[in-house]
Design a protein around this ligand. Structure first.
Ligand code: FDA
Length: 392
């Protein structure tokens, strides 16, 4: 039997940050993970370059049933604090777009930095170890693992959400929460591509690979970023962003040519070049394949001179206000994050500790706080991990 001050379940972004901070305070810390390597999601993130934070990170970039919950932790450990750490390690980085910061070389540098910090602060890391039970028979926790029993004053649940199960992601954190009587908000795949129904998929599969700058909207929320047609539906940053807001069975609206009133543009073209074919005029505004697709779908044909304003408006609507009903999403298989999770009502926003179970903490993605695309989810992992690390 091993005795420690703090046992952390999950050697991901949040767990490692918490371990470092607790280690700095002189706590004995053991981090357990069932994977072969620590922080596998950091390794694959940002196309291998890890979008480790965002210059503009603020509570407004997070979804939660309690939007105020993240405020305190984000304020106490900011993007600038993490950038300082990255700079201290001499890791080169650049802003790609919209405040998104990426490593110049490799995401592995972030992992190496965190592991070095763990090492310097006496954190013990145990990989390829599964947790069989977590209980609190007295004032300490008893944790059964595949490598023996551990007793701990504090348990930090940092095992993320079920997105990308192939990488060892599980919903284990929710089980622990429920086991201790905490409520879990129904989890959903988020930051995930949409899929079309069979008919639409067949009709648009030749569009795979076409990308445009677009504004994608659901109810009052809109994102202007890239949109990509895939073999199964739609992807790209604007689609991933809106997927976190979308509700099954509902439509989304897409403006495939933001900043251009296509009706006015077609009317001008009709005046300037009346002999031009409508599909040629559209192809002057959009990628050729997309223009041809819209022309075929809307059954548009003929010269501009012979086309009524009503038909021009129909063509314009198909571009500026395309309405689609995705049949679903790609699900956890490809989702970057999980929406929902441990209800923040049950946690202290200052310490991340469960208010009803002394010594039990939840941090990172397992909590019902989900960031937009663009480095916000790692920032939540750093901030919440740092917050708990001051108290465990
Ligand atoms: P995380 O998932 O990182 O860590 C959980 C750990 O717990 C894992 O090591 C896992 O093995 C372990 N674990 C799970 N179940 C367990 C069990 N039962 N027993 C023991 N251990 C267990 N975000 C961002 O801000 N910028 C980006 O560039 C990207 N890019 C990106 C790409 C891809 C492909 C994905 C899937 C995700 C991203 N993200 C991202 C999201 C980001 O990876 C995610 O929000 C954080 O990794 C969450 O950190 P956590 O520490 O909470 O969980």
């Amino acid at each position: 039997m091993q005795n420690v001050d703090v046992l952390i379940i999950g050697a991901g972004a949040a767990g490692l940050m918490c371990a470092i901070e607790a280690g700095k305070r002189g706590r004995t810390v053991l981090v357990i993970d069932h994977a072969k390597k620590a922080a596998e999601k950091i390794r694959i993130s940002g196309g291998g370059r890890c979008n480790f934070t965002n210059l503009h990170a603020s509570p407004a970039n997070y979804l939660s049933q309690n939007p105020r919950f993240a405020v305190s932790a984000l304020k106490r450990y900011t993007q600038h604090d993490f950038i300082k750490l990255v700079d201290h390690y001499g890791i080169g980085w650049h802003e790609k777009t919209l405040g998104q910061l990426f490593c110049d070389d490799s995401a592995q540098q972030i992992i190496d930095m965190l592991l070095d910090q763990c090492n310097r602060n006496g954190v013990q890391l145990r990989l390829e170890t599964s947790i069989t039970s977590v209980s609190k028979p007295d004032d300490r926790f008893t944790i059964g693992t595949s490598q023996g029993t551990v007793r701990a004053h504090s348990v930090v649940v940092a095992c993320g959400g079920p997105s990308i199960p192939k990488m060892g992601a599980t919903g284990f954190g929710y089980e622990v929460a429920k086991r201790f009587g905490l409520q879990v908000i129904e989890p959903h795949a988020a930051l995930v591509p949409f899929v079309f129904d069979d008919v639409m998929r067949e009709r648009s599969k030749h569009m795979a690979g076409v990308s445009v700058d677009a504004v994608v909207s659901y109810k009052k929320t809109s994102f202007r970023e890239g949109l990509l047609f895939t073999h199964r539906g739609l992807s790209g940053p604007s689609i991933l962003q809106i997927s976190s807001y979308w509700e099954e069975g509902k439509d989304i609206r897409v403006n495939l040519l933001p900043g251009t009133d296509v009706f006015e543009a077609l009317k001008s073209a009709k005046q300037a070049q009346p002999k031009q074919e409508l599909k040629t005029a559209l192809a002057g505004l959009l990628p050729k394949k997309l223009a041809a697709h819209i022309t075929a779908e809307q059954k548009l044909s003929g010269r501009l001179a012979d086309t009524s304003d009503k038909v021009l408006r129909k063509a314009a609507l198909a571009v500026n206000e395309w309405t689609i009903k995705p049949v679903g999403t790609e699900g956890y298989r490809t989702a970057e994050v999980t929406l929902g999770g441990v209800n923040t009502k049950a946690l202290s926003s200052k310490t991340m500790e469960a208010t009803s179970v002394a010594g039990l903490y939840f941090i990172g993605e397992v909590v019902d706080v989900t960031g937009h695309l663009g480095g916000y989810n790692f920032q939540w992992a750093w901030s919440s991990g740092h917050a708990a690390g001051q108290f465990v």
